[in-house]
Design a protein around this ligand. Structure first.
Ligand code: GDP
Length: 302
């Protein structure tokens, strides 16, 4: 918990400490206070809608004299922020099939931390005593396959790959075949994330999904979208784009350790009805946490 709190220090600084400073010694609530709060929340990447929702309620209460003490306002805002995280679909456990391999298809734009996150998740499953098969379905970039192999070696698991330029859905199909035959517990499929040919990419992802479902009913059981928290509101747009194309069932939010934009978590919980499964708080293999709203808020405000 202490580690989580330390890793979130930049967001703590930008959101919590700035709020604390703003409220310090204040005797009354005025329009200026709300303007500055708005600025703080938007800077921490809560997004316009979530920020307005958070403040409008308080504004109304001040107007009808139900709220006049600034310190009380501070508490109200923190509690409201907590409720935004708690009332969403969080926390949501991964839903596994009753039998056969649990197939996770991982999608996301290049550079967001997809391969790293796959490496970290693999370690979690292995630690839980599960066998994991990694699948390199980004056949577009040789570097992507090489990266995945490195994480495969670190975790001592097999990485299925074919030659550069192979059909990604064929790679995925063959991998499911192997996983069923060899009774693997978990299959994690890495996919391409090139942004410049978005339409083709989305068609490619749809096909991978479809083909896996043909080989194993219900697969993929999870389509995990990896988002980079440092990109703030951009991450929310990416989520909408991928969700429209393939239907995202869970999110992994990376690089929360390096950013002051951690307010994005509240924005995602409020504006997307997709559960955050994992948060990335560093580059090392153990720097991945199951997302828990209570822990997150306590780490921020504690
Ligand atoms: P991919 O292109 O999406 O597969 O991205 P990579 O997995 O190669 O990661 C891109 C960069 O982000 C690498 O330098 C990773 O070490 C870094 N990275 C990934 N996750 C995290 C995280 O949670 N925190 C930090 N600070 N860096 C991360």
């Amino acid at each position: 918990f202490q580690r989580l709190s330390t890793r979130l220090s930049k967001t703590k600084e930008s959101l919590v400490h700035r709020m604390d400073t703003l409220f310090l010694g204040r005797k009354e609530i005025d329009a200026d206070l709300f303007d500055e709060l708005e600025e703080i929340l938007i800077t921490a990447d809560l997004g316009i809608n979530t920020t307005m929702e958070l403040l409008d309620d308080a504004r109304r209460n001040v107007k009808r004299n139900a709220l006049s003490d600034p310190q009380e306002l501070k508490i109200v805002l923190k509690e409201k922020l907590r409720s935004f995280l708690m009332e969403s679909d969080q926390p949501a456990e991964l839903v596994r099939p009753e039998s056969g391999p649990f197939v996770i298809m991982v999608v996301g734009v290049n550079g967001v931390g997809k391969t790293t996150t796959i490496g970290k998740i693999t370690k979690k499953f292995k630690q839980a005593g599960q066998s994991v098969l990694l699948v390199a379905a980004d056949t577009f970039r040789a570097a992507a396959v090489a990266q995945l192999k490195i994480w495969g070696e670190r975790n001592d698991v097999t990485v299925v790959h074919q030659q550069e330029g192979a059909d990604p859905s064929a790679v995925a199909f063959d991998a499911i075949d192997l996983a069923v035959a060899k009774e693997y517990d978990v299959v994690i499929v890495d996919t391409a994330g090139r942004l410049h040919t978005q339409v083709n990419l989305m068609e490619e992802l749809k096909k991978i999904k479809r083909v896996m479902g043909k080989r194993l009913e219900g697969a993929p059981h999870e389509i995990l979208l990896v988002l980079d928290a440092t990109t703030g509101q951009n991450a929310v747009s990416q989520a909408k784009l991928f969700n429209d194309a393939v239907g995202i069932t869970g999110l992994a939010l990376t690089k929360l350790d390096g950013t002051a934009k951690g307010g994005i978590v509240a924005c995602i919980c409020r504006e997307l009805s997709i559960p955050i499964r994992f948060i990335g708080i560093g580059e090392q293999i153990d720097d991945l946490r199951d997302f828990n709203p209570d822990d997150f808020i306590n780490a921020l405000f504690g």
